[in-house]
Every structure is written in structure tokens, then in C-alpha cells.
Design a protein around this ligand. Sequence first.
Ligand code: MTE
Ligand code: MO
Length: 326
Amino acid sequence: MLIKKPDDIKSSEITDKETYLNRRNFMRGAALLATTAATTWLYRELNPPPPVTRPGEKIADIVKPAPAGGFSTDEAKTSFKDITNYNNFYEFSTDKQEVSELAQGFVTKPWSVAVEGLVNKPKVYDLDDLLKLVPQEERIYRLRCVERWSMVIPWVGFSLAELLKRVEPTAQARYVAFETLYDPKQFPGQSGLGTGLDWPYVEGLRLDEAMHPLTILATGLYGEKLPPQDGAPIRLVVPWKYGFKSIKSIVKIKLVEQMPPTAWNLYAPREYGFYSNVNPNVSHPRWSQAKEQRIGEYGLRDTMMFNGYAEQVAQLYQGMDLRVNF
Ligand SMILES: Nc1nc2c(c(=O)[nH]1)N[C@H]1C(S)=C(S)[C@@H](COP(=O)(O)O)O[C@H]1N2
Ligand SMILES: [Mo]
């Protein structure tokens, strides 16, 4: 049973979208007017070059094998009941305790995932076929929501790198864009006014983040098929980033050259950046991220840098100012 929950921290309705769009238009205009050299400079300023492959290196070379133990934490697991009854899934509801019931009839069969864009071998995978190709394993990860609650979840899944290697990203590919199913008949939250989010929910990772062995596609938890409220039949899990990066019910994965849009960044760009790495030292503009409440526990814990995965991922952000690239 849940003894204590954090107060729900409602996101502001003030989106700052206009400022964002104006800035974007200004930058587009500026880029068109500039010389080639200046354009290159501007591009670099906006998109610091990600440390993906160096000349002569193949994508496979940047994938490091997971250490024995597979990064799983030995912290106490959050109960199945809490993991499946306290959910953020705005396509169903913004009320965390209402999602599970609304999600019960969600149809996930048949399900296909298109992997496309800057790849040599684009393919639409039937999910059942895909699961025969890639072995599933358990990964017990912390999940830290930007709202300051956290859980420990025994996922079942496989490395996203395993799937990406199969489609062979080209040398131009720099980022990976993800998309949730768009189906207002099944997702009541996608109809009419409501959350302020644009549908479908979209997310993105830099290619090296996507290829990191910690990054998985999850298809189950507690050894069972993924419950619909947790993102059935397949969702991303990026344990060193705030929970909203872990996009649910994925139908499309696209390799792209430029930093792709992300749902929460589009909604409130000053509050939610592209990177969204868990960082106790960088506050959300409206609240501190220094502490968190582990669901099912009394009191607060200190939030850990990169959610406790610093040893594995800190080198991905070497030389970057994490206050700017929040
Ligand atoms: N498509 C989609 N994916 C989503 C969300 C959402 O609303 N829609 N919420 C995100 C947020 S804010 C969090 S914290 C996690 C929650 O995952 P869980 O409910 O399985 O704990 O899912 C993320 N993925
Ligand atoms: Mo979240």
C-alpha cells in the first residue's frame, strides 16, 4: 500500500510557445541569410556535435558491452501494485491513479514498430517476430520522475542497440526519434482539449545515448507482459533520465540528422530540455530536484547524479554545460 505520496506538481499552463516559435523563426531566417561557414557555426551552436562515431569507426564500435549483472540495482523493488497503479500516461489520463483502469481494454495485438530514416535496412517489425530475434532479459532499474517520485522496476526487455544495429544506421544518423501510437479511439486523452501536449507523444535521444547498453526497450515487468498502463506492448526505458524520456507504446523509431522535437520540450521549452538527465544540482525552474520520494517509503531520499548511473553515462556528456544542456 502507498503510505505517502508527493503532492502532485501540476505543470504550468504558461507554455512560452510563442517565444519559442519566434526564436525558431528568427534562427531559420538567420541561417538562410548566413554564409555557409556561418550556417555551420550556427548549427554547431544549436546542436553541439554529439560524440558518435569518429572517422573509420562503425556504430558497433561505440556500443560497450554491459558488465556482468547488467547494471541492475539491488535496491528494494517497488511493489507490482504501485508500479501498475501510479502511472503517468497522459493519453489515458493526467490522474496517475486513474490510468490503470482506463488502460485495461487497450489493444496491443497485432502491433508493429517501424524503424526507418537514415538507415540502410529500414523495416516494419511485427512485434512478435521482433521478440523472436532479440533475447529478453531482466533489468532492475531506478525510475525517477521529474515530479520528484521514484520507483525501482524489474523490467523485461532488450538493448535498443540490438535493434538499431539490425537496421544499420548510416553515417548521417545523429539522433533517434520515437513516436507513440496515435489513436484517439483508444486513447481518450488524445481527443479535444486537455493536457496541452501535442499528439502523438514524441521523444528523442542522441545516437550514442540510444546505443548505450543501459538503454532498453521494455516489453514486460516482474516477469509478466507489460501492463497497458506501463506502456504496452513496447516502451523505452532510459534510467539516467527523467521518466518522461521513457516513451510508451512505441510505433515508430526514426534515425535522423538533427535533434528531434520532444513532447515536453514542445510544451514548455524552458522547463524541459532535450537531455533531461537526472541531476540533483540543476533545479527545474519551479522546484528543486535535490530530493525524491521513493514510492512506498517514508521520507525523502537524496537524488543521485544521473539517477545513480553516473559511472556508466557521465562520459557521454563530457565537456557539456549541464545547466545549458538540461
Ligand atoms: N506516450 C507516453 N509516454 C510516457 C508518458 C506519457 O504521458 N505518454 N509519461 C512519461 C512519464 S512523465 C513518466 S514518469 C513515465 C512513467 O512510467 P510508468 O507509468 O510506467 O511508471 O512514462 C513516460 N512515458
Ligand atoms: Mo514523469
